[in-house]
Design a protein. Structure first.
Length: 344
């Protein structure tokens, strides 16, 4: 607080005392009262890929060979061309810088050709630029990001593939969490201050984790520093994108990866439930009537999940009860055309 900011009704003695405190300890906190805070208006989050990537620092992690780079290229092309990420999420066109420190120009070109096998189908990707060499984060990296930002019309997305290649040595006087947090903080601060999304690719730890968001390799310092964390994981039900963030809605999305292209299948829970229903219908089509335990054995599903879904499927008219605790498919004539085979 400056002298000019002191309340007008203060006595000279009180004013002198506060001035001495200010001179000795500095100006103090810059404070905002709650009424002023609640009256303020803030711009909406700047969506780069709505639901997934926003202005700020995003850590994107997954095991090797799951297609992280392909996913990053997918959204980079969508943003640079004003196209649709993962085939369905419309993006506002802007400038993209892809810092690829693991693949050279030849492999980059081959991946783009895989996405657009016919030359005449290539969109104008002049707003997507590539870098294959970069300094460490503490050795001029931020300055180079800023030079790029100032050189383009609408900087929207920076991809760093992978973060480990720009990570400087840790501080020996700090624990792993403190060191990682302080390393990535300048990147988070730059992206937030300038309204640019920085997507940093990273690896996950080996072995299964109860929460995929806890699987980022290294300490928790990176996840704590990042505004958003996205983890790409694969299980028995296929590939899933897990999204957590300070300001974004938590989501789990089932996705399909095929020949370099990504497709959103829907909310992971809904897709898993759909797959399980198909498995139950398939088992009943082969042999019926069946009880819950027999269906669980035939499908490999948990008995509790089977019983829950059987009730929903009876209510939806997909199957019918026959006797006590036995189920058969509903008459085909009365069955809604909802569960088509993969051949349809």
């Amino acid at each position: 607080m400056r002298v000019a900011d002191f309340p007008e009704n203060m006595s000279n003695q009180e004013l002198d005392a506060l001035t001495v405190v200010q001179d000795r300890f500095g100006a103090g906190f810059k404070r905002t009262n709650t009424n002023d805070l609640m009256a303020a208006t803030f711009p909406p989050l700047k969506a780069i890929v709505a639901g997934y990537v926003y202005a700020g620092f995003t850590a994107f992690a997954g095991r090797m060979k799951l297609g992280k780079t392909w996913w990053a290229i997918d959204i980079s092309v969508a943003v640079a061309t004003g196209g649709a990420a993962m085939g369905s999420i419309d993006c506002i066109a802007g400038d993209v810088l892809y810092i690829d420190l693991e693949n050279g120009p030849r492999r980059i070109q081959s991946r783009i050709r895989a996405l657009f096998p016919n030359d005449h189908a290539l969109p104008d990707m002049s707003r997507l630029e590539w870098v294959t060499e970069a300094p460490l984060l503490n050795d001029g990296f931020i300055n180079r990001l800023d030079r790029w930002r100032l050189s383009v019309k609408d900087p929207r997305l920076v991809v760093i593939d992978v973060l480990q290649r720009i990570k400087p040595p840790g501080n020996k006087n700090q624990n792993a969490y403190e060191s990682d947090y302080s390393i990535w903080a300048p990147l988070q601060e730059w992206s937030t201050r300038h309204g640019v999304a920085v997507l940093g690719l990273h690896h996950t730890k080996k072995g299964a984790m109860d929460d995929p968001l806890e699987a980022l390799s290294g300490s928790n310092g990176l996840a704590a520093c990042a505004d958003t964390t996205i983890v790409l994981d694969q299980g028995a039900n296929g590939r899933t994108l897990y999204v957590r963030g300070r300001d974004v809605e938590e989501r789990e999305t089932a996705v399909l990866f095929n020949a370099g292209s990504w497709t959103v299948l829907g909310e992971a829970a809904d897709v898993r439930r759909s797959d399980e229903r198909r498995a139950i219908l398939s088992a009943l089509a082969k042999t019926s009537p069946l009880g819950p335990k027999e269906i669980a054995a035939a499908t490999g599903m948990k008995d509790g999940n089977v019983r829950f879904l059987l009730g929903q499927m009876v209510a939806a008219g997909e199957i019918q009860k026959q006797g006590y605790g036995r189920y058969t498919p509903t008459n085909t004539a009365n069955t809604p055309n909802t569960w088509c085979s993969d051949d349809d």
